[in-house]
Design a protein around this ligand. Structure first.
Ligand code: DC
Length: 225
């Protein structure tokens, strides 16, 4: 079977990462959560109080950032490391979610992220999820999946996930954040969220994780044959 590149793009919280991780496990491929990279960059910018209205300051800050995924034996998943610090939990915080769309829309940040992601896909055998993976990062990918889910389902899923860590969070906060990110991610100038022309759409609003995996696996095996 030949090694391919699989991309999963779509709006926030529609289950892309879950499906991408499952696919990578089944196929023995590398899973890359590109959103985690933009979240780690955002965390760095917030911590260092980087003035992102100034291109020179953005360049300088990006030059200080090293991103790396490291396998976590306890969870069986890869954690995001920012300059050798495990930031996997920190980058999921609302403070990061509130700023990540703004920072990931910056031209310099996109160039930085896209270049690193393209490097990771050189050997193929990779599943990457994000917003612009099938359109900008790997326009030649063999399998492109555009994942969608009903907005109310997405809000509920995200709320359940965040509520476990922060019982003070409200549905309204989660909904506002998703709407804001979807808007910025789809309307930004560089690499906006778009369904690639050759992408297949998967609406998982009423599907179990097993059902969506079995559909995606079938698509993947067709392309790998
Ligand atoms: O997948 P996520 O929700 O963790 O991504 C966080 C943010 O990062 C998302 O709101 C937009 C940005 N992002 C992006 O611009 N391009 C990507 N390929 C992945 C994420």
């Amino acid at each position: 079977m030949k090694k391919i590149i699989i991309t999963l793009d779509g709006y926030s919280s529609c289950g892309k990462s879950t499906l991408a991780r499952q696919l990578a496990n089944e196929l023995n491929y590398v899973f890359i959560d590109s959103g985690a990279m933009y979240r780690a960059i955002t965390l760095y910018f917030l911590r260092q109080h980087v003035d992102w209205s100034d291109a020179k300051k953005i360049h300088k800050a990006l030059g200080e950032i090293s991103l790396d995924f490291q396998y976590n034996e306890a969870t069986g998943q890869s954690d995001m490391f920012l300059n050798d610090e495990n930031v996997e939990a920190l980058i999921r915080d609302m403070l990061v979610s509130e700023r990540v769309s703004e920072i990931s829309a910056l031209k310099e940040v996109r160039e930085f992220g896209v270049a690193q992601q393209q490097q990771m896909g050189k050997m193929k055998g990779i599943v990457m999820d994000g917003r612009d993976i099938g359109t900008t990062v790997f326009p030649e990918a063999e399998l492109k999946i555009f994942v969608t889910a009903d907005p109310a389902v997405r809000v509920e899923r995200r709320f359940k996930e965040l509520f476990q860590k922060n019982p003070n969070i409200t549905i309204k906060e989660v909904q506002d954040n998703l709407e804001m990110r979807d808007y910025i991610d789809s309307n930004r100038e560089f690499s906006p969220l778009r369904k690639a022309k050759d992408a297949v759409e998967l609406d998982n609003s009423n599907m179990t994780k097993e059902e969506q995996l079995s559909i995606a696996l079938e698509w993947a095996r067709e392309k790998m044959a």
